[in-house]
Design a protein around this ligand. Structure first.
Ligand code: ARG
Length: 457
C-alpha cells in the first residue's frame, strides 16, 4: 500500500472499511477542473511571493496541464486509496514531476482548497442554470406569441374564476422564472469570494498574497475571516434554496400541464416527442416528462434539506461532515438542469386545443365579476345582485348572457340594454384595464416587455 500524503505520524494503515467509507473520489472528481484552476493560481502566487522557484512553478503548471489532459481523455486513473480529488491530483502530479509537486501544498490545506473548488464550481453551475432558465422563458414567450388572443378559463381553488388571456397565464411563469434567475445571481455574487489561503482554519505565517489568487480566480475579494472561510457552506445552502424555489415553480407548471393534457381538461395536446405510452394499455399517451418535473422537484427540495440538517450542528471550523455537501449539490444542479431542459422541450411541443377551450368557456360564469363591476353599486350590493343572477342561471342551467333583460330588471332595475356588452368572456376580457391585468392592451405590453428583455425582437 502507498503511504498516504498525510501518513507521517501513522504506523498502521486504515482499514478497508474506513477507506471505502471516507473516500469522496467517486463523486468529487467532478471538481477536477476547478481544483486544477485553484492549484494553478496558487502555484503562480507561491512563485510570485518567492515561496517556490520559477522552475518549480513551471514544472507544476506543466504537470497540471498534462493531468488535465489525461483526465479529459479518460486515461487518468482515479484511486480510492488516494481518497479525494485533491489528493488524487496532488499525488499524480508528484508521480509525474517529482519534487516540485511536493511544494504545491505550501500554505494550503484541503479545507480551503475544497471550498475554493466548490465556489468556482457553483459559479459555473449557476451561470449554466440561468441560461437554461432563459431558454424556458423564451419557449413560454413563444407560446404566448403564437396564442396572443386565446382566452382560457382562469382558476382559483381549481374552480372556474375569471377569463384570462393565455399569454397572461404563461407570462406569470416567466415572471416567476425571472425571480428565480435573480435569486441565483444574487447567490452567485455573494458566494464569489475566495477562501484560498485560509489554510486549515487559522491562515498562515508564510508571506502569501490572498488578493493575488482571489483576483486570478475571478473572485471579488478574499474572505475576511479564515475560520469563516473554511467552515461555512451557507453558499451551498443558498444555492440549493434558490434551486428548490425554482423546482417548486417548475413543479407547478408540471402539475398544470399534466392536468391540461387530461381528457377532462383537454386544453393541450402534447406531441409524440414529449409523450410516452403504457406497457399494458394500448391507447395511452402520457405526459410523463412533466410528471417527472413535478416528481423530481422532491429531490431538489430534499437536497436543500440535507444541507440544512448537515450543517446545523457543526462547531467551527472544518468538520469532515462537510464532505457530505457535494452529492446534494451535484444532484440538485443535475436535476434542476434536466427539469428546465425538459420543460422547455415540452413547451416547444404542445398545441393548445382551441376548439376544446372555446367549448369550455361558457361554463362556470367567468363573466360574473365583470358584471358586478358593471352595476356600479356599492360592491357588496352588486355582488349580491349578480349572485342572484347566477342562482337563476343555475336553476335554468343557462349562462348569464342568456338571461332576458326583464328577468335581470326583476333582480335589479339598474340593468339596462348595454349590460350585454359586459357579458360573455370576450366582453369580460375587453373590460380589464388595470396595470398588470388580463386586458388585451395590458397583456400586449407585458409581451412586448419580454420580447425585448429576452431579445426576441
Ligand atoms: N474530501 C474532503 C471534503 O470534501 C476534503 C477536505 C478534507 N479535509 C480534511 N481535513 N480531511 O470535505
Amino acid at each position: 500500500k502507498e503511504t498516504k500524503l498525510w501518513g507521517g505520524r501513522f504506523e498502521d494503515s486504515v482499514s478497508d472499511a474506513v477507506e471505502r467509507f471516507t473516500e469522496s473520489i467517486s463523486f468529487d472528481k467532478t471538481l477536477y477542473k476547478h481544483d486544477i484552476m485553484g492549484s494553478r493560481a496558487h502555484a503562480e502566487m507561491l512563485q510570485h511571493q518567492g515561496l517556490i522557484s520559477e522552475e518549480d512553478r513551471d514544472a507544476i503548471l506543466k504537470g497540471l496541464d498534462e493531468i488535465q489532459k489525461q483526465i479529459e481523455s479518460g486515461e487518468f486513473i482515479w484511486r480510492v486509496d488516494r481518497e479525494d480529488v485533491h489528493m488524487n491530483i496532488e499525488a499524480a502530479l508528484t508521480d509525474l514531476v517529482g519534487e516540485p509537486a511536493k511544494k504545491l501544498h505550501t500554505a494550503r490545506s484541503r479545507n480551503d482548497q475544497v471550498c475554493t473548488d466548490l465556489r468556482l464550481w457553483s459559479r459555473d453551475a449557476i451561470d449554466s442554470i440561468v441560461s437554461h432558465i432563459k431558454h424556458l422563458q423564451v419557449a413560454l414567450v413563444k407560446l404566448a406569441l403564437e396564442n396572443e388572443s386565446l382566452i382560457v378559463p382562469g382558476y382559483t381553488h381549481l374552480q372556474r374564476a375569471q377569463p384570462v388571456l393565455l399569454p397572461h397565464l404563461l407570462l406569470a411563469y416567466v415572471e416567476q422564472l425571472e425571480r428565480d434567475a435573480g435569486r441565483l445571481l444574487d447567490c452567485r455574487s455573494r458566494l464569489n469570494f475566495s477562501p484560498l489561503g485560509a489554510c486549515a482554519l487559522a491562515g498562515t505565517g508564510l508571506p502569501i498574497d490572498r488578493f493575488m489568487t482571489s483576483n486570478a480566480l475571478g473572485f471579488t475579494a478574499p474572505l475576511r475571516n479564515s475560520i469563516d472561510a473554511v467552515s461555512d457552506r451557507d453558499f451551498v445552502m443558498e444555492f440549493l434554496s434558490a434551486n428548490a424555489i425554482l423546482a417548486s415553480h417548475l413543479s407547478r407548471l408540471g402539475e398544470e400541464w399534466v392536468l391540461w393534457a387530461s381528457e377532462e381538461f383537454g386544453f393541450i395536446i402534447p406531441s409524440d416527442r414529449v409523450s410516452t405510452g403504457s406497457s399494458i394499455m394500448p391507447q395511452k399517451k402520457n405526459p410523463d416528462p412533466m410528471e417527472l418535473v413535478r416528481g423530481k422537484s422532491a429531490r431538489v427540495i430534499g437536497d436543500l434539506v440535507t444541507l440544512l440538517v448537515l450543517c446545523k450542528g457543526l462547531p467551527q471550523a472544518y468538520n469532515r461532515d462537510l464532505q457530505e455537501d457535494k452529492e446534494p449539490l451535484f444532484d440538485s444542479v443535475k436535476t434542476i438542469t434536466g427539469m428546465l431542459e425538459v420543460s422547455a422541450d415540452f413547451a416547444d411541443n404542445i398545441k393548445f386545443n382551441k376548439e376544446r377551450i372555446r367549448e369550455a368557456l361558457p361554463a362556470g360564469h367567468l363573466d360574473a365579476t365583470t358584471l358586478a363591476d358593471y352595476l356600479g353599486m356599492a360592491f357588496r350590493t352588486s355582488h349580491d345582485v349578480v349572485g342572484k343572477c347566477v342562482a337563476m342561471c343555475l336553476s335554468r342551467n343557462s349562462c348569464l348572457e342568456e338571461i332576458k333583460l326583464e328577468d335581470l330588471k326583476n333582480i335589479s332595475p339598474i340593468f339596462e340594454e348595454d349590460v350585454y356588452e359586459f357579458m360573455g368572456v370576450e366582453n369580460a376580457i375587453k373590460n380589464f384595464s388595470s396595470y398588470g391585468s388580463t386586458g388585451s392592451q395590458c397583456v400586449s405590453l407585458q409581451l412586448q416587455h419580454w420580447v425585448r428583455n429576452l431579445h426576441l425582437d
